[in-house]
Structure formats: structure tokens, C-alpha cells
Write a protein that binds this ligand. Structure first.
Ligand SMILES: Nc1ncnc2c1ncn2[C@@H]1O[C@H](COP(=O)(O)OP(=O)(O)OP(=O)(O)O)[C@@H](O)[C@H]1O
Length: 348
């Protein structure tokens, strides 16, 4: 396994993670049945870390809890429990000026730039807004100069500043969203399905732009996507989610070459092989049924009701997820693929 997957720069000395998420749980109130309130288990016991200048890919099917994690980091939703630290600072506990500063340091780019851009604002005003809010650069003239620089950085010509969203293409709109995210000079950008609504060729251009920006500016990304190929292209490490739980994590090249969790194996087996010679020999793992309701997830491993390898032991409680540099799968059935650290937990 190579230690240096494609994207970004950030070579050199190992450092403390920029983002450290521990045992994050997010539950939303569900329907009431009499006096009993049910809960949507959107995110349960998720832990991971992202090093500065790196990209962590968060992958899983619709409803697996990916967006909720991104929203918890940016405090758009309130976690039920767990901790989030950015550069050692407690993101969830911060108040007042500290909270504002953390809001500046974590930016978000959403899937549909048409929905997330204000139709009545020019691209220039949109990009300038975070600088106005955080009182960055000296005066309006200084901010407008910075708008021109940011538009140039994302590959847009200066006259784009005067354009409204409806006058721009999908790719141009997403470039404006990226320039707006960069305006506050964030450390971390949460990219939530940021390329999903674009044509394939435009998608590739935006992903390449994001990688170039990461190299130039040392940015750290959380790349949220259901698209396995996009996640592989963008990420240094990957977290695989199912029904709010972390199933597997590892360095991208290792995880894609040797998926250890039966769920990851099934996900990957569904991706068409681009090489017709090997495509016909590929074994597809077809999963029966639908994902269970997050209102009433199965005990033990939540994947066991659809898992081709499930056994009685899978109904036992799964150990807590831990932050690890290794390739780890939270599966009792694929123990030989687990890290030594994880195996030790099972032995005790
Ligand atoms: N505000 C909310 N109230 C109740 N349930 C919610 C809320 N937001 C999300 N959920 C539920 O939490 C679960 C996780 O949703 P989430 O949007 O995080 O998944 P996702 O993996 O990002 O899926 P998608 O790709 O479709 O956005 C889903 O079952 C969803 O219906």
C-alpha cells in the first residue's frame, strides 16, 4: 500500500489532527406513540480524525447519516452526545466570539449551488458576504479586491462578479460557492455532495479544482458523497457509513483494494468495472431487502439483517468506534482483516 494517495500536498511531518470527532451521536425526535417518544438514530457513536491538509471521504447510501455529521460539525444540528474538536478547540461547547471564530474556520459547500445561492445577489456580493460578516480586509474596496482574487482562484473571470446565479452555468455556480467558502479563510471545508448535481465532465473539473486549491492553500476537506469513485479520487482516508454507524475506515488505497466489512464489499461490488475484460468476471454481492428504519435499528451490528455473512454473534453489542490510523472494520466476522488494536479488543 502506498502511504501517499493522490490528492493534496500536506506531505511532511505528522501532526495532531485538525478535526477530531469522538463518539458522536445525533438523534432526532421521531413520532410520538402515546406517552412514548421514538427517536431517529441518525448518527450513533461515530469517531474519526482528519489531519491538516488532508481529505476524509464520508461514503454511504442515502440516509446513512453523512449530511448529519457535516451539519453537526457546522452546528446546523445539535448532537445528542460526543465531542468535536477543531485544532484542539471544543466546537460544540464554544460560545460568543469563540463560536463565531470557529464558524469562520469551518466552511460548507452544498450539493445544489442554485438552491444555496441567493438569486437576488450577484456572485460578487455572495463571495463578499463572509468577509462582511467577519469584518475581514480593510473596507469595502479591500473586500472587493479580494472578491476579484477569489474569483480568479476558482477559475472565473472578473466580470462574473456582476452576474446573478441564473446567468451562470451549474459549474460556474459551484465555483462561486467554493469562492464564498474560501472567502472566510477556513481551515476545514465540508463538501456535502458538492459535485453530485453536475454533469460528469464538470464534476471532474470541480474535483480537480478542489484538489488544486487544497495543494495551494493547505485546506482540509470532509468530502461527503454516495459516489464511491468520487470519494476514491478525492480522499486520503475513507469512512464508510451505514444506518448512522461507522462500518469501516482506512487509507483510501488500502480500503478500496481490500474492503474488509461485508457492507463495504457489497457497496464496491455494485460499482461497474471500467475495464470490460475484468467486468464480466466480477462477482456482485446483492443485498436483500431495504435498510432497516433508523427509528428502530437492529441490535448489535446494524447491517446484520442484510449481511450475507451474518451469524448469531452479530447480534452482540459492537465495540465502540475508535479513532485509528489503521484500516479498521467493525465486523466480528471479518476479524482477520482487522487491525491489531481492534483484535485485542475482541480478545479481552
Ligand atoms: N431534521 C431531521 N429530523 C428527523 N430525521 C432526520 C432529520 N435530518 C435527517 N434525518 C434522518 O436522519 C437519517 C440520516 O440522514 P442524513 O441526511 O444525514 O443521511 P445522508 O447519508 O446524508 O443521506 P442523503 O445522502 O440522502 O442526504 C435519515 O434517516 C434521515 O431521514
Amino acid at each position: 500500500m502506498s502511504s501517499e494517495p493522490g490528492p493534496g500536498t500536506a506531505r511532511g511531518t505528522r501532526s495532531e489532527p485538525l478535526l477530531d470527532v469522538r463518539n458522536l451521536c445525533v438523534r432526532f425526535p421521531g413520532p410520538r406513540e402515546g406517552r412514548h417518544r421514538s427517536w431517529v438514530h441518525a448518527v450513533e457513536d461515530v469517531s474519526f480524525a482528519v489531519e491538516r491538509g488532508r481529505t476524509l471521504g464520508l461514503v454511504g447510501e442515502s440516509g446513512s447519516g453523512k449530511s448529519t455529521i457535516g451539519n453537526a460539525l457546522t452546528r446546523l444540528v445539535k448532537p445528542t452526545s460526543g465531542t468535536v474538536h477543531l485544532d484542539g478547540q471544543d466546537v460544540l461547547a464554544a460560545r460568543g466570539a469563540a463560536a463565531r471564530e470557529l464558524r469562520r474556520r469551518i466552511a460548507m459547500v452544498f450539493q445544489d449551488p442554485y438552491a444555496s445561492l441567493d438569486p437576488r445577489r450577484t456572485a460578487g456580493a455572495t463571495v463578499r458576504e463572509p468577509m462582511d460578516v467577519h469584518r475581514m480586509h480593510s473596507g469595502r474596496a479591500g473586500r472587493n479586491r479580494r472578491v476579484a482574487e477569489l474569483l480568479d482562484l476558482v477559475g472565473l473571470v472578473p466580470r462574473t462578479a456582476a452576474r446573478y446565479p441564473h446567468e451562470l452555468s451549474g459549474g460556474q455556480r459551484q465555483r462561486v460557492s467554493i469562492a464564498r467558502a474560501l472567502a472566510a479563510e477556513p481551515d476545514l471545508i465540508v463538501l456535502d455532495e458538492s459535485t453530485a448535481s453536475l454533469d460528469v465532465s464538470v464534476q471532474a473539473q470541480i474535483m480537480n479544482l478542489l484538489r488544486e486549491l487544497q495543494g495551494e492553500l493547505g485546506l482540509t476537506y470532509l468530502f461527503v458523497s454516495h459516489d464511491l469513485a468520487a470519494v476514491e479520487h478525492m480522499s486520503h482516508r475513507v469512512v464508510v457509513m451505514y444506518l448512522g454507524r461507522l462500518m469501516e475506515t482506512g487509507p483510501t488505497d488500502h480500503l478500496y483494494a481490500r474492503p474488509a466489512h461485508p457492507y463495504t464489499q457489497a457497496l464496491m461490488s455494485a460499482v461497474p468495472d471500467t475495464d470490460p475484460a475484468t467486468e464480466k468476471d466480477r462477482e456482485r454481492i446483492l443485498l436483500g431487502g431495504d435498510p432497516p428504519s433508523p427509528l428502530d435499528p437492529p441490535s448489535g451490528c446494524v447491517f446484520r439483517t442484510r449481511c450475507p455473512m451474518a451469524a448469531d454473534e452479530c447480534a452482540e453489542p459492537v465495540p465502540q468506534t475508535t479513532v485509528s490510523d489503521n484500516h479498521v472494520a467493525w465486523c466480528v466476522r471479518t476479524g482477520d482483516s482487522l487491525s491489531p488494536e481492534r483484535l485485542r479488543r475482541f480478545v479481552h
